[in-house]
Design a protein around this ligand. Structure first.
Ligand code: UD1
Length: 427
């Protein structure tokens, strides 16, 4: 298993190109299942999770073409996906267990083929993460869903019907799943208390490009008019706001000055406000987002994770790593997922002072962190350890890098390009 070795204490200065959004790309790729026509997606990042989704779509019968990206983005990919015929309506355990977002094929397969068999995702490192909202929404649209042998077995022999569904809790995945199901349902579907993440907006815009009328884009009420057939479309994925926020925090950690090429301030407003309170400067430039902290210490700042437009849970671990070196204390409260503090004992091994009380973590800033061998059990927790390593004295080795590879494209190259002493150790 690969590891990443970091010698801390170097400032980050220069440029980092922000990749296309992973969490936007995954549902957009699933949208290809809705039609026998071609869907072309630009600016797809090169990540393990994208490969897993391609594997899943491939076994459903999707023909896949991949080419280097447009606009000189040597590392982005342009995908062409065409589901001329669905050859299998089963999403097998072996793929779904690797990536929870695989569950998103449920709504699309059911809407198009009227049957779907999708493995339950099973255990997950960050909380229980059930799929009850996906099930309740599809049932409201007329599906019958049973659980058999660890699989969700869904049927809608006469097709799905448009319905009004109010989410009892905001869920990104369930909103996306139901939007895709609604695209091929008979009549109109109204989704209330829908998630408003930019990735949802991206999916809505892509559905519109595929010929599905969607109203209320960017609001908590989405109205989707089902159609008989979707048409060929081309769509370009938004830049990754979580990657943007992660590098902004890495730069802040090292008191550096970096332009995040392609980064968009309006996608991380709440994060930017929080970072400003902590003493970091962020400004939109023509080419992206400039982040710098060239004088003054970091200030302890409280954070509470919430659905968009609140502070994203996917940046909580990175923010905590940053706050370990701030002056004063910060209270970090996680309201989206239970048990999403697995990075805390690892940060403590590097000298961080963090106390957990229920869903809050009290971080008291320390004058220095020390390098250590660390490992994490999820993607964002792993990158938080890399951020801590950038500022720690001596050598940090982050084990189980496959978590990082799920969501960060060429992390070590991007950081090394700005002056970090970082390398991947193979094996
Ligand atoms: C997506 C993101 C993930 C991010 C999360 C929250 C992708 C591929 N992943 O995950 O990176 O951390 O949004 O911003 O886009 N819940 C239920 N029942 C359900 C579904 C969810 O109770 O049927 C709960 C979850 O346990 C969690 C909360 O709802 O507590 C939010 O989860 P959700 O928004 O669905 O997250 P994902 O779509 O899995």
């Amino acid at each position: 298993m690969d590891r990443i070795r970091i010698n801390g204490g170097r400032q980050l200065n220069g440029e980092i190109r922000i990749s296309g959004s992973k969490n936007a790309s995954l549902p957009l790729m699933v949208a290809a299942l809705l039609t026998d026509q071609k869907l072309t997606l630009h600016n797809v990042p090169r990540l393990a999770d994208i490969t897993t989704m391609l594997q899943l779509l491939g076994q459903h019968g999707v023909e896949i073409g991949a080419a280097p990206g447009e606009n000189g983005h040597a590392h982005a990919t342009t995908l062409t996906l065409q589901a001329g015929k669905i050859s299998s309506t089963t999403a097998p355990y072996d793929i779904v267990r690797k990536m929870r977002a695989s569950v998103l094929v449920l709504g699309a397969l059911l809407a198009r083929e009227r049957v779907a068999r999708v493995s339950l995702p099973g255990g997950c490192a960050i909380g229980a993460r059930p799929v009850d909202l996906h099930i309740a929404g599809l049932k409201a649209m007329g599906a019958k869903i049973d659980i058999d042998g660890g699989y969700l077995v869904a049927k809608a022999p006469k097709g799905l019907k448009g319905a009004r569904f109010t989410f009892p809790k905001v869920s990104v995945g369930a909103t996306e799943d139901l939007m895709m199901a609604a695209a091929l349902a008979k009549g109109t579907t109204v989704l209330d208390n829908a998630a408003r993440e930019p990735e949802i907006t991206d999916l809505a815009r892509c559905l519109v490009a595929m010929g599905v009328p969607v109203e209320g884009i960017g609001t908590e009420t989405l109205t989707i008019q089902g159609v008989d057939k979707l048409k060929e479309a081309t769509y370009s994925v938004i830049p990754d706001r979580i990657e943007t926020g992660t590098y902004a925090m890495a730069v802040a950690m090292t008191a550096g000055d970096v332009e995040l090429l392609g980064g968009r301030l309006e996608l991380i407003e709440t994060v930017a406000q929080t970072l400003r309170s902590a003493g970091v400067t962020l400004e939109q430039t023509e080419r992206g987002l400039r982040v710098h902290r060239t004088n003054g210490a970091l200030q302890g700042t409280d954070v509470m994770t919430e659905p968009y437009p609140g502070f994203p849970t996917d940046l909580q671990a990175q923010m905590m790593a940053l706050m370990t070196r701030a002056e004063g204390a910060s209270m970090i409260t996680e309201t989206v997922f239970e048990s999403r503090f697995m990075h805390v004992p690892e940060l403590a091994r590097m000298g961080a002072n963090v106390t957990i009380h229920h869903e809050s973590a009290l971080v008291r800033g320390v004058p220095r962190l020390r390098g250590a061998q660390v490992m994490a059990t999820d993607l964002r927790a792993s990158v938080s350890l890399a951020i801590a390593g950038l500022a720690a004295e001596g050598e940090t080795t982050v084990n189980r890098v496959y978590h990082l590879d799920r969501g960060y494209e060429r992390l070590e190259e991007k950081l090394a390009g700005c002056g970090a002493d970082i390398e991947r150790l193979k094996g």
